[in-house]
Design a protein around this ligand. Sequence first.
Ligand code: ADP
Ligand code: MG
Length: 475
Amino acid sequence: MSVTAQTVWNNCLLFIKDNIQPQAYKTWFEPIVAVKLTDNALSIQVPSKFFYEWLEEHYVKLLKVALTKELGETAKLVYIIKMENTYGNKQPFTEKIPSSNRSAVKSQDVDVPLNNKNPELRNPFVIPGIRNVKIESQLNPNYNFDNFLEGDSNRLARSAGLAVSAKPGGTSFNPLLIFGGVGLGKTHLAHAIGVDIKDKYPEKTVLYISAEKFTQQYIDSVKKNNRNDFIHFYQLIDVLVIDDVQFLSGKSGTQDVFFHIFNHLHQNGKQVILTSDKAPVDMQDIEQRLLSRFKWGLSAELQTPDFETRVSILKNKLYRDGVEMPDDIIEYVAKNIKSNIRELEGAIISLIAQSSFNKKEINIELAKQVVEKFVKNTKREVSIDYIQKIVSDYFQMDVDTLQSKTRKRHIVQARQLAMFFAKKFTKASLASIGSQIGKRDHATVLHACKTVDNLSTTDKQFRKYVEDLTKKLSV
Ligand code: ADP
Ligand code: MG
C-alpha cells in the first residue's frame, strides 16, 4: 500500500472522527482500509456490499467533504468490496464509484451500475412452446448452502436438500416438500438447492417460481388461450422449485394444471421441490390427489431454531456484513426473538441503524428498546381458528354455533365478523376462509366482508363490536 493513500486517508479519518459519534466511527470507519491513490482517486476497501451501501446512504457527503479537503475538487473515491463469502469463486473484488462522484468519473471502467440489486425478475414464460429457449432460473445466488447455517431445527431439511442437489430426480425425495412457519428459511433453502444444482449440473434447466406467480401465469395463459403452451413450457424443466404452495389452496384450476405438470416431470425423473407454510395434513383446500402426490417424496420440516443456532445465524450475518457487535448484545437479541429468523435479522439491522442515526452507543439498553419496539411492531399472523375462537368467546357462543347453518341474526353477524377478520388479519384466500368458517363459498365471504364494512359505518353498536374485536386480535 502506498504511503500517500494511507496519509490522505488518515487525514480524512481525523476530520470524520471529529464530525460523527464515536460508535458510528468505530462501526463504519475503523474497518475501512485505504488501498491506493491513483489519478487523485482514493480506493478504499470495505468489508461488504452492505457496508458500502450503508456508507453511500449515510456518509457520502461527509466522505466527499473530507476527501475534497485533502485532494481538491477533482478528488474521486473508489470503493473496493472485499467479500469474504463470495458465491462461487468469481470476482473476489468489486469496485464501485460512489454516486456523488460518478459524474466526475467519466471513462472509468469500474463504474458498475448500482441499482441492479433487484432486477425485475424476467418472466420465464416469454416464448411459450418454443424449445431451446434459454430459461432463466430466477434463482438468487445470495441464498446458498454456505450461508444457510445448520442447527437441530433444520438438519433434516438441509441434508435432504443436499441429497437432492447431489442427485436431482435420483433420490426418493421427489418431491421434496419443505414446510415450516413464516421466516424460518423455506425460501432460502429452496434457492440453495437450486443454486447448488446449477453449480453441479450447469446443463440442467432449473426454475424457481412462487406459487403465486405460477398461478398468475396460468390465469394469463387461459385468458390468452394458450394453456397448452403453458403446460409444455413447464414440462421442459429439469428441476422445478415452487415456493409457498399453500397459495394454491382453493384454486382448483391451477391445482389441476399443476397436477399434470407434476406427473409429467415425476414420470420423467425430473426433480420437484416445494415449500409450504403448512404440513400436508394441515393444508386446506388442496385437492386430495395433489396432496397424495406431495406425500410421495419427503416432507421435511423447518422448526424454530434453538438459541445456539439463532446466535450463530446472527454472528454469521454480522460477519458477512462486516459489522462488529458485542456478544452480550447478540445474545440478548437472540434470546428475545425466537420464532422468526427474518425478525431476528431485522432487529439487528434496526439496532445498527438506531445506533447510527440517534448517535447512541450499542449497549444493552438500546438493544432492549429496539427489541421491544420490534417485537411489538411485528404483527404476528393470527390463525383463522384463533379468530373464530376470539369472536365466539366475545359473543359467548361456541365455535360450532358460529359455524352452524342457522340464520339467527346474532350468529350470522358473528360469523360475518369472523370472516371479515380472517380476511383482514390473514393471507388466506376468500375460498379458504369460507371453507374453514363453516364450509361456505368465497362469494359468501366476500358478501360478509362488505356487510361488515357497511354496518360498521352505519351502526354504532356494530362498530363497537369491530373495534373491540380488533383490539383483542391485535394484542
Ligand atoms: P421463509 O421462506 O420460511 O418465510 P426465508 O427463507 O425468507 O423464510 O428466511 C428468512 C430470512 O432468514 C432470510 O433472510 C434467510 O436468509 C434467513 N435464514 C433462514 N434460515 C437461515 C439459516 N439456517 N441460516 C442463515 N440464515 C437463515
Ligand atoms: Mg418464503
